[in-house]
Design a protein around this ligand. Structure first.
Ligand code: ADP
Length: 452
């Protein structure tokens, strides 16, 4: 131990009870000198006095040396060696107080291999002032000069320390109590919030359930209302058909050349009666058709339908209607084989209606019908270059009696498209429209190959 670094900072002997106080005091002093924190100073001093008491009682004391070790490796520790005055028995030495080992970072006890002294150490914090050889020399000189206080001094210090510790414990306990109360308060708040939320949730749930029940009831009512409306329409139109037909027949009789001649005015009035009654009959017939389709009273007659035949018939019957000079009616030949399972009469009725509308709402250009197979379904498109329909009305024109304002062209009831859509649905297909005002419209049917 000749190098200045490994030389002890302080040495002392421990022989009797009063030395225990001195050792404790000096331990604190050295710990403070090398830069240990306050709590660590107390820890190492306490560990020293516990071990010192054991040694005085069992082996008559020890020689004690304090070192600043490991300084060269840059991780300094304060190390204390206690060399017992007499050797321990074969069982070696164990401190009476189990707390000693916890108070220091490292504790080596005999009879561990190569250990003859009791050695304890505690790390010096990194932020402590660097222990250069010069500083160590200065510390050594200062410690050698300072005289230890009396046992009474140490007792007073310990007392003060105890009081500080007690105060700390008390204030910590108070803090803990406050925290606990706050926690309980928070808990109560959370619980109240939870209860409130779950009540609200339950309430909402009850509301939703009630709403659903109401919705179910409403939709049942709607269904019943729609059924009774269809029934009413079917009955009324059926009842109206006979008298209206009679009116037309009677008007025709009155105007007949075989009847008594009419004055010019009478002939004009009879003509008016006849044309009004004819319009009425069209309306009544349309209503009856729609009511039948809506109430499911139309049963499609499923057969093998050849689109070329259907298209051929329509070409023939509609040519007479396409009388506007600037409008061309083109019905393309469907690709071969053009068959599907459907109801020929109903399908023809739908297509005639769409072609009829096209001719009615087109001033110039063309009305065209073509068919092709797309994804295993027939697609039939009836397009025109007519007045077109604003986008927000694309669905409305499928409502009963709806006619686009200002579009009126001769006789029309606003029942054709809803009826057409009903029929297409009965045939297992869909009917939709794309259209732009001023550019024309295209009505597209998709129909399954094998019926509904
Ligand atoms: P209707 O033709 O007897 O008035 P529809 O149900 O067939 O009744 O048609 C409803 C409305 O949809 C028509 O009044 C018209 O305003 C509009 N519409 C139908 N087809 C066309 C078309 N090809 N071009 C422009 N508007 C059309």
């Amino acid at each position: 131990m000749s190098s200045p670094v490994s030389a002890p900072l302080l040495q002392m002997t421990l022989r009797a009870e009063p030395d225990i106080f001195v050792l404790r005091q000096r331990g604190r002093e050295v710990a403070l000198a090398v830069g240990l924190e306050y709590q660590d100073q107390i820890r190492i001093a306490t560990a020293l006095s516990e071990v010192a008491r054991d040694l005085v009682r069992t082996v008559g004391g020890a020689d004690v040396a304090f070192y600043a070790a490991g300084v060269e490796e840059g991780r300094p520790v304060l190390r204390v060696d206690l060399a017992p005055l007499r050797p321990f028995g074969p069982a070696g030495y164990q401190p009476v107080s189990g707390a000693v080992a916890r108070l220091v970072d490292r504790l080596d006890l005999p009879p561990a291999e190569g250990v003859t002294v009791i050695r304890m150490s505690r790390r010096i914090p990194a932020h402590a002032e660097a222990l250069t050889p010069q500083r160590l020399a200065a510390l050594r000189a200062r410690l050698a000069q300072s005289t230890p206080g009396s046992a009474l001094d140490e007792l007073t210090f310990q007392n003060e320390q105890l009081i500080t510790a007690l105060d700390e414990v008390r204030s910590q306990r108070d803090e803990l109590r406050v925290l606990n109360e706050e926690l309980q308060e928070t808990n109560r708040g959370v619980l109240a919030l939870y209860n409130q939320l779950s009540e609200e949730l339950e309430e909402t749930n009850r509301g939703v359930v009630a709403l659903y029940a109401e919705l179910d009831e409403k939709s049942a009512q709607l269904k019943a209302a729609s059924e009774s409306k269809s029934r009413f329409l079917a009955n009324v139109s059926h009842e109206l058909r006979a008298p209206v037909t009679a009116v037309i027949g009677l008007a025709r009789l009155l105007a007949d050349s075989a009847s008594d001649p009419l004055t010019g005015e009478q002939a004009r009035q009879v003509g008016l009666i006849r044309s009004s009654a004819t319009d009425l009959l069209v309306l009544v017939n349309d209503l009856l058709d729609l009511a039948k389709a809506e109430s499911g009273r139309i049963e499609p007659d499923w057969t093998e339908v050849d689109l070329r035949v259907v298209f051929g018939q329509l070409r023939g019957t509609l040519r007479a209607l396409a009388t506007r000079p600037g409008v061309e009616l083109t019905i393309e030949e469907p690709p071969h084989p053009a068959t599907l399972r459907s109801d020929e009469t109903l399908l023809t009725r739908v297509l005639r209606n769409l072609l009829h509308n096209g001719l009615k709402f087109t001033e110039a250009g063309e009305v065209r019908m073509r068919a092709d197979l797309v994804d295993g379904r027939w697609r039939i498109v009836v397009s025109d270059t007519g007045i077109g329909i604003a986008p927000d009305l694309h669905e409305r024109i499928f409502e009963e009696f709806y006619q686009v304002p200002g579009s009126a062209r001769g006789a029309g009831t606003g029942l054709g498209l809803p009826y057409a859509r009903q029929l297409v649905m009965l045939l297992g297909g869909t009917l939709s429209v794309t259209s732009e005002p001023g550019r024309g419209s295209a009505f597209t049917l998709h129909l399954p190959l094998n019926g509904a």
